[in-house]
Design a protein around this ligand. Structure first.
Ligand SMILES: *[C@@H]1O[C@H](CO)[C@@H](O)[C@H](O)[C@H]1NC(C)=O
Ligand SMILES: *[C@@H]1O[C@H](CO)[C@@H](O)[C@H](O)[C@H]1NC(C)=O
Ligand SMILES: *[C@@H]1O[C@H](CO)[C@@H](O)[C@H](O)[C@H]1NC(C)=O
Ligand SMILES: *[C@@H]1O[C@H](CO)[C@@H](O)[C@H](O)[C@H]1NC(C)=O
Ligand SMILES: [Ca+2]
Ligand SMILES: [Ca+2]
Ligand SMILES: [Ca+2]
Length: 638
C-alpha cells in the first residue's frame, strides 16, 4: 500500500534522488524499550536533503517525554514527534518541515523509554536529495533574472546592464572623464528618461588649477527621496576638500553651485527601486524666443535644458511646420535642449486670408476716410479695393468743422468776442512775436512768414483751443520745423517792410494734435471765387481791438469783412506804400480789420460755420487789407 503512496509523493519531485530509508528498530513489528537510533546525512553544496516519513506510531506522551523522534537541521531541532499520525497528516503537516538548508545536514534521533503499554510499530521514512531552487528563495536576490540549475544558480541582466561584483545586482556603470572640458554634458544615465536602478556613475571634471568649477543643474531634477527626506538615490560632488551633497528630491542643488575646486567627481548612485528621471548639468539655457507672434506658458527669462513650455500662437495665427504648409493648431509643446535650442520649433503664421475682407474706419469723428472702406485679400496676399486699388485708404482730418456756428451779423464796429469752439483752427503765438496761425490738419498749420521769420528752426509754442489770451487753459503745440515760402524776401526791417509778397509759412508740429471740438483744422480754398469782390469773410485774431485804443485784446476777436476790388484797394491812401501783387487779395471794412499783431491769423469764408480760409497777412487798422490769394498754393510737404 505505501508503494502506491510513495509514487504520489515522488512524482512532483522530478529532480530528487531517493537515497535510502530510515526506520525505527524492529519496524514494523514494534520497537523495544530503551531503543535508540542516531541518523545523520549531509547534502552537497547547492542541494537539500529531505526526510519523508510515511509511517509514525510511537507511544504518546506529554511533550514526547517517553518515546520520540527528533529531527535536527544543522543541529537545530526542527521537529519533535510522538504518538500516531496518519499518512495524510505526515504529508501535510510534518514532512514539509523536514528539510535541510542548502548544503546542510539533517539528523534524526529516535529513542524509547523503559516501557510501552501497547505495542507501537515505530516509524519509517525515506530521504532524498534534490537541487535547491535558489530562485525561489527570497533571500537570494538576483535583481533582474535568476536561473536555477542542479547544484547551483546564477543571475543575469537586461541588455545595457551588467552584473555587479556581488554576482546578483545588475548595474550600470557610467564613468566618464571629462577633464579639461567645461562644456561636457553630465547627466544621469538615460536622461531625460528614467535612470536605471543600481547605477554607479562617476563623472570626473577638471579645469585649469587657477579656475574653480561651477555647476548649473537643469531645473528638471528628479532623484529618488524617501518621504523622510533621506536620499534613496543620490548625487554627490566630491571635491578635493570634501563632498557636497548628497542631493536628491525634486529641487536641484542651488545653481550655480560653486565647488571651490578645479577638479571634481560627480557621483550618482541609485538603489534597486523606483522610477525617476535624474538630473542633468545644464551648460546652456534656452531663451524665450521660440516662435515670433506667440506667447509662452510658463513665461520665464530663461529655461534650463529639459524644461518644457507651451507655445501659443497669437490670435489669428496658427502653428505651421516650417517645411510643410500644414497648420497644426494654435499651440505646441517644445523642450529646451542641452544645446540651448528648442525642439521642436515651429512658426506661427496667419491663417490663409485669401478672399477675406477688412473694413477701414477712422477712430474719431474728426477724421474721414479717404478711399474705399472695404478691401479684399487677393491671391498675392495683397489687399485690393473694389476699384482694384491697392493703395490703402487714409484718415484725413475733417476741416472747417465748428461747434458754435453763430454768425456775426451785428452792425457793430470792430470785433466780437469769439467763443471756444467757434474758430477751432485758430492758434495763438505770444513769443517771440505775437501772431496767429491756422491749423490745416492734425500736424501742420499755416501762418504769415513775417511772424516766424528768424525762428524757423526754433521750437516755438503755439496755443490752441484758446479764446481767452490770459487763461492758462489751452492746448500746447510745439513747432518742430517751419518752412517759409522760398520767394519771401527775408531780412527786411519789420516795421518798414512794404513787400509782403509770398508772406506765408508752414508749421510742422512735433506731434499730432488730438483733434476735438475746440481744436480742428480750417479748409484750404480750392478756387478764387470766394475772394471775389463783394464776398464776405471773417477775420479773427487777438490784435488791436478796433473799437478801443491800440491795445492787445485779451479775448479772441472775430469780425466779418468784405473782399474789395484790387483797384479800390490800391486807391486807399494808406496802402500807397505797400506792394500789391497778384498773389494777394484785398479785404476790409470800415472799423473792422485785421490789425497789427494779428498777423498770420485766418480770413475765412463763409463768415462762420463750415468755412474755407485764407491767411491774414498784414493789414492796417481802419483800412483795407491784403492777404495771399488762393493762387498761392499751400501744400504740405510729405
Ligand atoms: C545516539 O546519541 C546519543 C547522544 O548523542 C547517545 O546517548 C546514544 O547512545 C547514541 N545511540 C547510538 C545507538 O549510538
Ligand atoms: C562571482 O562569480 C565569480 C565567477 O563565477 C567568482 O569568481 C566570484 O567569487 C563571485 N563573487 C561573489 C561575491 O560571489
Ligand atoms: C466709423 O467711425 C465713426 C466715428 O468713430 C462712427 O460714427 C461710425 O459708426 C463708424 N462706422 C463703422 C462702419 O464702424
Ligand atoms: C480770462 O482768463 C483770466 C485768467 O484765467 C481770467 O481772470 C479772466 O476773467 C478771463 N476773462 C474772460 C473774459 O473770461
Ligand atoms: Ca515507551
Ligand atoms: Ca539550484
Ligand atoms: Ca531608486
Amino acid at each position: 500500500m505505501w508503494r502506491l503512496s510513495l509514487l504520489v509523493v515522488l512524482s512532483p519531485l522530478v529532480s530528487s534522488t531517493l537515497l535510502g530509508w530510515v526506520e525505527s528498530p524492529g519496524y514494523p513489528k514494534g520497537y523495544p524499550s530503551y531503543a535508540s537510533l542516531n541518523w545523520s546525512r549531509c547534502a552537497p553544496k547547492g542541494h537539500v536533503l529531505s526526510i519523508q516519513l510515511i509511517h509514525l506510531d510511537l507511544e504518546d506522551s506529554h511533550e514526547c517525554e517517553n518515546d520520540a523522534v527528533q529531527v535536527f537541521s544543522n543541529g537545530n531541532l526542527i521537529s519533535l514527534l510522538c504518538g500516531k499520525r496518519s499518512y495524510e497528516e505526515l504529508q501535510t503537516a510534518v514532512n514539509p518541515q523536514l528539510w535541510s538548508v542548502s548544503g546542510g545536514c539533517l539528523s534524526l534521533h529516535f529513542h524509547s523509554d523503559f516501557s510501552n503499554h501497547h505495542r507501537h510499530s515505530g516509524f519509517r521514512g525515506f530521504y532524498t536529495l534534490q537541487d535547491y531552487d535558489e530562485c525561489e528563495d527570497l533571500d537570494v536576490r538576483c535583481t533582474q533574472f535568476c536561473h536555477n540549475f542542479i547544484g547551483g544558480y546564477y543571475c543575469s541582466c537586461n541588455h545595457g546592464y551588467h552584473l555587479d561584483t556581488d554576482n546578483h545586482t545588475c548595474t550600470v556603470s557610467c564613468a566618464e572623464d571629462l577633464s579639461g572640458q567645461t562644456e561636457g554634458s553630465v547627466s544621469s544615465p538615460s536622461w531625460p528618461g528614467l535612470y536605471p536602478e543600481n547605477s554607479h556613475c562617476v563623472h570626473s571634471l577638471s579645469v585649469d588649477p587657477k579656475l574653480q568649477l561651477q555647476l548649473t543643474f537643469s531645473k528638471a531634477f528628479d532623484v529618488e527621496q524617501s518621504p523622510d527626506g533621506d536620499c534613496l538615490d543620490s548625487l554627490r560632488i566630491e571635491t578635493h576638500s570634501g563632498t557636497l551633497g548628497p542631493f536628491c528630491g525634486s529641487t536641484p542643488p542651488a545653481s550655480p553651485l560653486r565647488t571651490h575646486s578645479h577638479q571634481i567627481k560627480i557621483h550618482f548612485e541609485t538603489d534597486g527601486y523606483g522610477a525617476n528621471h535624474g538630473f542633468s548639468r545644464s551648460n546652456k539655457v534656452c531663451l524665450p524666443t521660440i516662435s515670433p507672434l506667440s506667447s509662452l506658458t510658463p513665461h520665464k527669462a530663461e529655461y534650463s535644458p529639459g524644461e518644457k513650455v507651451t507655445v501659443t500662437c497669437d490670435t489669428g495665427h496658427y502653428v505651421s511646420m516650417p517645411d510643410r504648409k500644414q497648420k497644426i493648431g494654435k499651440e505646441y509643446e517644445t523642450t529646451c535642449q542641452s544645446t540651448g535650442d528648442w525642439k521642436p520649433q515651429y512658426i506661427c503664421q496667419p491663417p490663409d486670408l485669401y478672399k477675406s475682407q477688412i473694413t477701414f474706419n477712422c477712430s474719431s469723428s474728426y477724421y474721414y476716410l479717404k478711399g474705399k472702406d472695404t478691401y479684399t485679400c487677393g491671391t498675392d496676399g495683397e489687399w485690393i479695393s473694389s476699384d482694384n486699388d491697392i493703395e490703402l485708404p487714409k484718415c484725413i482730418a475733417v476741416c472747417g468743422k465748428t461747434q458754435k456756428s453763430s454768425v456775426s451779423t451785428g452792425k457793430i464796429l470792430g470785433g466780437e468776442d469769439a467763443e471756444l469752439g467757434q474758430i477751432p483752427w485758430y492758434l495763438l503765438i505770444k513769443r517771440p512775436r505775437r501772431g496767429g496761425a491756422s491749423l490745416i490738419n492734425d500736424r501742420w498749420a499755416v501762418t504769415a512768414a513775417h511772424v516766424v521769420e528768424g525762428f524757423e528752426n526754433s521750437p516755438l509754442l503755439w496755443l490752441g483751443s484758446i479764446v481767452n489770451g490770459s487763461s492758462n487753459q489751452y492746448v500746447s503745440l510745439q513747432s518742430e520745423k517751419i518752412i517759409i515760402h522760398p520767394n519771401y524776401i527775408k531780412g527786411l526791417a519789420a516795421d518798414r517792410r512794404t513787400n509782403f509778397d509770398n508772406d506765408i509759412a508752414l508749421i510742422r508740429f512735433s506731434s499730432r494734435v488730438e483733434l476735438g471740438p475746440n481744436i480742428s483744422p480750417i479748409c484750404l480754398s480750392e478756387n478764387s471765387r470766394e475772394v471775389q469782390e463783394g464776398n464776405v469773410g471773417t477775420i479773427a485774431g487777438f490784435g488791436v481791438e478796433s473799437t478801443k485804443k491800440r491795445a492787445v485784446s485779451r479775448i479772441l476777436q472775430h469780425a466779418p469783412i468784405n473782399v474789395i476790388s484790387e483797384q479800390r484797394c490800391r486807391d486807399t491812401p494808406r496802402n500807397g506804400a505797400m506792394r500789391y501783387t497778384s498773389n494777394m487779395f484785398c479785404a476790409g471794412a470800415e472799423g473792422k480789420d485785421s490789425c497789427e499783431k494779428d498777423s498770420g491769423g485766418p480770413f475765412f469764408a463763409p463768415p462762420l460755420g463750415r468755412g474755407r480760409g485764407r491767411i491774414s497777412s498784414w493789414g492796417l487798422c481802419l483800412g483795407a487789407r491784403l492777404v495771399p490769394k488762393p493762387s498761392t498754393e499751400v501744400t504740405t510737404p510729405k
